[in-house]
Ligand binder design. Structure first.
Ligand code: 13P
Length: 251
């Protein structure tokens, strides 16, 4: 059975004081999590150890990094390696977020290298894909997303592919308050799973969790997550509000 996952993505937000408050609230909350329904918190890198410690009382809550570099170690000032993350005990890593693709020119080929090194260090990539508005308006989102998957992921072996999580995040829905409808989300999630099935077979396709991201809020999470191919969410803005994010996790 594939996991249901709700992941916070704090992006570049919050001070140490705010991080402490939020993490304390999540650690103390009654969350409907278990081995098949987990919550992940992608926090800014300086808060990783804090998050890991604060969440350590609940085995189904995980701290995650928002990015890492493609090399094992070396003279790459300012970057973070998966070797460092592994040494901290971090198990999840967001890769290929559209903000990284847009502002830091991360290409599909570069992301393939990052996925490879994350898997080599036993860290699960939460691989983001999704189309910009003009692609959606041209109704070519399926081809666009298929290309992202092909160029960054489809070189993996079936065993490797089974270890990753995919997050579909239409760029036009990120931070805009414009959510994809549950039908739009289901349609493209089903397409993504079918592409995986074509490449790796039904069994692998059915094991991979596919999360939806883009203006997920407490008032739309249940409907989105109830779609058969939507296995949870990757949540930006609403993950910075403890009460709201707790509701989203429990959806
Ligand atoms: P919002 O939930 O703020 O739209 O952000 C989505 C996102 O980018 C999560 O990675």
């Amino acid at each position: 059975m594939r996991k249901q996952i709700v992941s916070a993505n704090w992006k570049m937000n919050g001070t140490l004081e705010q991080a402490n408050q939020l993490l304390d609230a999540f650690a103390a909350a009654a969350l409907l999590v278990d081995e098949n329904r987990i919550a992940v918190f992608a926090v800014p890198a300086p808060f990783l150890m804090l998050a890991k410690e604060k969440l350590s009382g609940n085995p189904y809550l995980f701290a995650a990094a928002q990015n890492a570099y493609s090399k094992k170690s070396g003279a790459y000032t300012g970057e973070i390696s998966v070797e460092i993350l592994q040494s901290l005990g971090i198990q999840y890593l967001v890769l290929g977020h559209s903000e990284r693709r847009e502002y830091f020119q991360e290409s599909n080929a570069f992301l393939a290298e990052k996925v490879n090194i994350a898997l080599a260090f036993g860290i699960c990539p939460i691989f983001c894909c999704g189309e910009p508005l003009e692609i959606r308006e041209a109704n070519t989102q399926n081809q666009f997303v298929a290309q992202q998957l092909k160029e960054s992921l489809f070189h993996l072996t079936p065993a490797e592919f089974s270890k990753i999580v995919i997050a579909y995040e239409p760029i036009w829905a990120i931070g805009t308050g414009k959510t994809a409808s549950s039908e739009q989300a289901q349609e493209i999630h089903q397409f993504i799973r079918a592409e995986i099935a074509t490449q790796y077979g039904e069994q692998v396709a059915n094991e991979v969790s596919i999360l939806y991201g883009g203006s997920v809020k407490a008032n739309n999470a249940k409907e989105l997550f109830s779609q058969p191919d939507v296995d949870g969410g990757l949540v930006g803005g609403a993950s910075l509000n403890a009460a709201e994010f707790i509701q989203i996790i429990n959806s």
